[in-house]
Design a protein around this ligand. Structure first.
Ligand code: E48
Length: 375
């Protein structure tokens, strides 16, 4: 059977788990490691598809939970799926909604069959099962679709995580069985197991038996300490097939990208760059800058003198601070555009450093300049 998603491992770093790869999808070839901008409701907030294209975004995320509630998958299906609806000809990945039910919906009830919940928008009753979520994701038409899983809260007891993991594996099998478009949409399994390393191994091995074209590591970036996230990651990735992509869900900040790549992750997504942009905070090679800060009121330098994006080549910190302070919509458009460009460009530099066998050196260089203190 033709596989819609193919992964080639191009190079393995000799000094870490870092990998350079290439993901071929029905909507383009994605170089990995890759950062995927988040477009939860069929838009990367404030950005038009042509802007995403011009900054080199190859794949974006959308969310089953949100789009099912509004405008509904039937409408999107009639519009030609997400690609037609958004008029985006790059690749799309949809998350399966389980996590969003837990982080957004009210009155949730979870059973072995699925989850019933009330919409956070209007309180209407809904239920997700592996079969119903596959039908939604098949209608949305993303190139990569995530299995319906349960992301346990952090912290959670071992007993809870064990029950939840077995349910998630069972749901993954039901997703695979009910997936209607396996030749056009690659279905990824999601490894759970909480902070319990033996359960992470069990989850990975049981999902591998189901043979997915890619594997996500879920249940992280949910409030656990970062060192714990990195340790769980370092333990889990070696159990996954070396020739399939690994996707760390919901991660992350610039340092998380380095730490994840170093531990064998190929794909990342995070709302961070677009979320902080909306309160006027920008990512630069010398750390985060809070543009409302009075220090920028007469600073005529670009946001980041080292950045080649259109915003940094056109506007000053003083002008962007003025827009943010005046609550002018152009302000958050410019900070969003720059922040997404920053994350994509950072990933490009990380890919180049792996090719040049100097990933750890580049990581050190970046950390020294980035500084990790808000400016
Ligand atoms: C880092 C940052 C800025 O991202 C924000 C906020 C809090 O963390 C985030 C990101 N973390 C995150 N972990 C995830 C785990 C799963 C998972 O196990 N399964 C499935 N299907 N989808 C997932 C999506 C995930 N997103 O999660 C919400 C609550 C969506 O907001 C995001 O802090």
């Amino acid at each position: 059977m033709a596989q819609p998603i193919r992964f080639e491992l191009l190079r393995r770093d000799g000094h870490s788990q870092a990998r350079r790869g290439r993901l071929t999808t029905p909507h383009g070839v994605i170089e990995t490691p890759v950062f995927m901008p988040v477009g939860t409701q069929a838009t990367v907030k404030t950005m038009a598809p042509w802007e995403l294209k011009e900054i080199g975004a190859g794949i974006i995320l959308s969310n089953t939970y949100h789009l099912h509630l509004r405008p509904g998958e039937q409408l999107i299906d009639r519009a030609g799926g997400l690609h037609g609806f958004m008029n985006w000809d790059g690749a799309v990945l949809t998350d399966s909604g389980g996590f969003q039910v837990f982080s957004l919906a009210d009155l949730r009830k979870i059973t072995d069959d699925g989850v019933s919940f009330r919409s956070h928008l209007d309180g209407s009753s809904h239920s997700f099962t592996p079969e119903s979520v596959m039908a939604i994701e098949n209608a949305l038409g993303a190139d990569i679709i995530m299995a319906f899983d349960e992301c346990p809260p952090y912290p959670a007891t071992r007993a809870y995580v064990e029950t939840s993991l077995r349910r998630t594996v069972d749901w993954a099998q039901r997703c695979k069985a009910s997936h209607q478009r396996p030749e056009e949409q690659g279905l990824f399994g999601i490894v759970q197991g909480g902070e319990f390393l033996d359960l992470r191994k069990e989850a990975a091995l049981r999902l591998i038996d189901l043979d997915f074209p890619g594997y996500a590591i879920g249940g992280l970036s949910v409030g656990e300490p970062k060192p714990l996230m990195y340790d769980i990651l370092a333990y889990t990735t070696p159990w996954l097939p070396v020739d399939k992509p690994r996707y760390l869900m919901g991660v992350g900040s610039p340092d998380d990208l380095f730490e994840g790549v170093e531990r064998g992750v190929d794909m990342f997504d995070c709302v961070l760059p677009t979320r902080i942009a909306r309160n006027g905070t920008v990512l630069t090679s010398e750390g985060k800058r809070v543009m409302k800060n009075a220090r920028y009121s007469d600073d005529f330098l670009p946001l980041d003198p080292d950045c080649d994006c259109r915003v940094c080549k056109t506007f000053s910190r003083a002008y962007i601070r003025h827009l943010i302070k005046a609550d002018e919509v152009l302000g958050i458009r410019l900070t969003s555009y720059h922040n997404v460009y920053f994350m994509l460009d950072l990933m490009k530099r990380i890919r180049q450093s792996i090719e040049a066998d100097r990933f750890l050196g580049y990581k050190q260089e970046f950390y020294e300049r980035y500084g990790y203190n808000e400016k």
